[in-house]
Design a protein around this ligand. Structure first.
Ligand code: HEM
Length: 638
């Protein structure tokens, strides 16, 4: 509202004032860690009764379904940072059980960087952007982080996992995830068992290459969130098996790792993975802010039958989460719809900012005679929560147990377990990260630390980053476990994204047959050409173009099908197709070539191009191409 045609604005313009002041208050504090994330709704279905170990209601009978909400996140970057940062992927699952909310928090690595919660703020400060410059964003490739690593050697184990391919996942749909911390299962007889949880994706565990992760970070910072949303929209619901590893209480001291140490994994080969159910993510969020930004996970949210062990980091986590959630969401955050339990719940809280639940009772304390002692905590005999009477002993000290102090055996086992290609990528990642560290002493200190894991690896990294070869040698451990290598996880063509590079005058039947077969095998296709609109085959078939060579990128595709064809600007078309092929080839991805695309592969090289499937004189082309897509990468390609 203005005075006259050309202003000034009037102070009485209350509508503007209200709209603008409201807009200026739209942001809330982002999460101090895990600010960047995405998720979805789904169901968890129990495979078999776990009654023998836990009385948790959602694990009592085969076929029992429980609604869940999941949020995946990175750790270091801010809310607007890129999805493909080299980092851990954390994963909160809220089970809306009939006994209240159970929050299972997991990470796509089985070990934690700190053994002592006091170190968490230190570690995060070192990991965060430099306090003076405010960068780098969503990256550990800087002096402070590596200075921390070199001077806090317990961190080396998780750092090895972050530097491995696990640090740059292909998709949230393809990550494995561990509770890391040790919990207790408690059955209805009051018997407890140590338990750790693991999620395993049915599509297998797969990663990007470092080069891809870095480029995609610029091309499509929303790569993982888009991937998850698109898969659910297309009905290709991500599925994950939940398994438990169980250790009887009487075996607490049986292993050569301390069962309470979160910087050590429990090898599946020694403590078997026991599947207990499957989660299917089948509904996208309706509102990113209301659901994903306001969801609050807390490891302290457990249900009867699940309890806490003495794991010192877990104990600290029980305090850390709620405190920060009060800060970012306010006193009544548990009543926000996404955080509300589905079962009836009551407590004596009636006040606090943004109280919108209107309780009509007159008594908000316990014990009372005016309301028959209600509301009160449900007594254990009526299904209420009762803590397992854990044994505690010793004196209150600020120190770590001697049994936590082997920092190198398990990182060495992890190293031994990786396939040569995984080791190669890990060396590249270490060389990149440490290569960006300016302080030479920090670089040297880190190779002096890495030598404990593997001498040859540390020497190669030292060479790449221009410091002295480390003296000393790695710990003499030869153990390896297949379960720690990603190459042993399942492979599938389903939901892989194929780019169809196509112009006009393609062979109609040839292309439509291949497209139908890709579709039937659950492979997602993007039709890519010079312009949006349609391309037309020699016989008149029209195909709708999804992207142009400019609006998508070979980095966003898992495989390409080179159909080729005619274009108004043939030279540009050919060079764009050649570029897509070059990038796909360099990244070891499957390439299918139609009869009209033969000029893009050199006849003399044809037979040597591993993973490049030509349709020339090849009646099995479609099947071979689909199976190449299922293989995903051709590491042996020269
Ligand atoms: C000393 C150890 C740890 C501390 C102090 C800590 C602290 C935090 C804090 C402050 C948040 C933000 C909570 C919020 O604003 O809602 C958070 C979130 C989270 N943490 Fe931890 N954390 C620790 C270890 C772990 C471990 C071991 C795991 C899993 C194995 C884990 C998984 C998660 C997950 C999944 C989230 C939720 C992110 C989301 O809202 O999507 N954290 N943590």
């Amino acid at each position: 509202m203005k005075a006259g045609d050309r202003g000034p604005s009037l102070r009485q313009d209350y509508e503007f004032f209200e709209k603008m002041t409201r807009f200026g208050k739209e942001e809330i504090p982002e999460r101090v860690v895990h600010a960047r994330g995405y998720g979805a709704h789904g169901d968890f279905e129990c495979y078999e009764s776990m009654k023998e170990y836990t009385k948790a209601g959602f694990l009592q009978e085969a076929g029992k379904k429980t609604s869940v909400f999941v949020r995946f996140s990175t750790v270091q970057g801010s809310r607007g940072s890129k999805d493909t940062a080299r980092d851990m992927r954390c994963w909160g699952t809220k089970f809306y059980t009939e006994e209240g909310n159970y929050d299972l928090t997991t990470i796509n690595m089985p070990v934690k960087i700190n053994q002592d919660a006091m170190k968490f703020p230190d570690m995060m400060h070192a990991y965060f952007p430099n306090p003076r410059t405010g960068f780098p964003q969503a990256s550990a490739a800087h002096d402070n982080f590596w200075d921390y690593v070199a001077n806090n050697p317990e961190s080396l184990h998780q750092v090895m996992w972050i530097m491995s391919d696990r640090g740059v996942p292909r998709s949230y749909r393809m990550i494995e995830s561990w509770s890391i911390n040790t919990y207790l299962f408690v059955n209805d007889q009051g018997k407890a068992t140590f338990v750790r949880f693991t999620w395993k994706p049915l599509l297998g565990v797969h990663s990007l290459l470092m080069d891809e992760a870095q480029k995609i970070g610029g091309i499509d910072p929303d790569y993982h969130r888009r991937d998850l949303r698109e898969a659910i929209d297309r009905g290709a619901y991500p599925e994950y098996e939940l398994g438990v590893q169980l250790i009887p209480m009487e075996d607490e001291f049986k292993y050569d790792f301390d069962v309470l140490d979160p910087s050590k994994f429990w090898p599946e080969e020694i403590v078997p993975f026991h599947p207990v159910g499957k989660m299917t993510l089948n509904k996208n969020v309706d509102n990113e802010f209301a659901e994903l930004e306001q969801v609050a996970f807390n490891p302290a949210n457990v249900v009867p039958g699940i309890d806490f062990s003495n794991d010192p980091v877990l104990q600290a986590r029980l305090i850390a989460y709620q405190s920060t959630q009060y800060h970012r969401l306010g006193a009544n955050f548990q009543d926000i719809p996404i955080n509300q339990p589905v079962c009836p719940y009551h407590n004596n809280t009636r006040r606090g900012a943004m109280r919108y639940r209107i309780d009509v009772d007159q008594v908000d304390y316990h014990k009372n005679s005016l309301a028959n002692n209600t509301p009160s905590t449900t007594p254990p005999e009526e299904g209420g929560y009762e803590h397992y009477p854990k044994k505690v002993e010793g004196q209150a000290i600020r120190a770590r147990s001697e049994s936590f102090k082997d920092y190198f055996t398990q990182p060495r086992i992890f190293w031994n377990s990786m396939a040569p290609i995984e080791k190669k990528h890990t060396i590249q990642a270490l060389s990149y990260q440490l290569g960006r560290v300016k302080n030479e002493s920090v670089r040297q200190q880190n190779v002096n630390l890495l030598v404990n894991v593997d001498k040859e690896m540390a020497c190669t990294v030292a060479d790449n980053i221009g410091v002295e070869q480390p003296s000393g040698s790695h710990v003499p451990v030869t153990t390896s476990y297949p379960s720690l290598s990603m190459v042993n996880s399942p492979y599938s063509a389903s939901t892989q994204k194929a780019g169809i590079l196509i112009g006009d005058s393609f062979q109609d039947e040839e292309v439509t047959d291949v497209l139908n077969a890709l579709n039937q095998n659950g492979i997602f296709t993007d039709i890519i050409s010079e312009k949006l609109g349609t391309v037309t085959g020699a016989g008149g078939t029209k195909l709708k173009v999804d992207y142009t060579f400019m609006t998508t990128s070979p980095y966003l595709l898992d495989s390409i099908y080179i159909v080729g064809g005619n274009s108004m600007n043939q030279a540009k078309f050919n060079s764009d197709v050649a570029y897509f092929m070059q990038v796909a080839y360099k990244h070891f991805k499957p390439i299918g070539v139609a009869s009209t695309g033969q000029s893009f592969i050199q006849p003399s090289e044809e037979k040597n191009l591993l993973g490049v499937i030509s349709s020339a004189n090849n009646p099995d082309f479609t099947q071979e191409f689909i199976s190449a897509i299922g293989q995903q990468r051709f590491w042996e390609r020269k």
